[in-house]
Design a protein around this ligand. Sequence first.
Ligand code: AMP
Length: 321
Amino acid sequence: MRTLSGIQPSGKLHLGNYFGYVRPNIEWHKKADVGMIMIADLHALTTMRDPALLRSSIEDMMLDLLACGFDPAKTILFRQSDIPEHTELMWMLSTMTPMGLLERAVSFKEKVEKGIAASAGLFNYPVLQAADIVLYDIDKVPVGKDQQQHLEITRDIIVKFNNAYDDVLVVPEGVIKEDVAVVPGTDGQKMSKSYGNTIPLFGSEKEIQKAIMGIVTDSKGVAEPKDPESCSVFNIHKLFLSKTETEELAAKYKAGGLGYGDAKKLLFTAYMDTFGPMRQKREELQKKPQDIQSVIDEGTKKASVVAKATMAKVRKAVGLR
Ligand code: AMP
């Protein structure tokens, strides 16, 4: 199995990214023949207009991912913009992509509704995504339910391309991340940087404490029995717990006597216990930027070999030198 997943460098990693993206991919890569993580900086240009911020976000993302435990021996970690073949293949694919296919993309409409400029780049985003995947002969792509449509678009484009040009590209299959829960934010909605309800992984201890203590709850008093399932503190805390520990915590909620303040303190302790070692690793890595660069250089080298081979096949297939 060859698998790839991209992440935009558009903010600091939060708890939702960890449980919904980082941890599943680390596990997934243990089973893969080739596992790739792409920092999708070209995609980020569709929304980020501040060069200094983009640069520092890319560096932060590399640091965060390595601190979280991606093993460079198992995962090829690279920056999209370091491999020029992404945009070259995108062009080839775009000449085969029906406009109607892109016009039906829900995420384009959603982004425009949110106020993102409706540029040609944003419109063509799924074509670049198709190029990202097929450039590396990827056969399995982990997708959340919200990204299913983009993968279907990729498959449609590649089938069309293969029909026209001798089956040169691998048609990827989506693997739905069924077991990955949506992590709630501090206000109970999905945790997302666009809602300002995140708990950062590598913020200062104070920032994390403030975010956790700010989780919205109802106003039940300490002694009153509480419903764990409708409590965001509980729903976040259970991500850190085994089945038995979750049941024990739920029983405390139902019995009464556990106030929300204390429940939040328990969550803070679990948070620091889990992420403490990663936070320490991040601090150490930060002192050795050359180590991070060498991981990226190594990843780029490996990615580049495959990208060049794919592009040579594609150029030949379409009739270019
Ligand atoms: P984003 O930067 O918001 O696009 O998130 C990057 C990836 O993190 C997404 O593709 C999801 O897999 C994951 N993710 C983000 N927020 C959450 C969440 N609240 N719950 C679960 N997974 C999430």
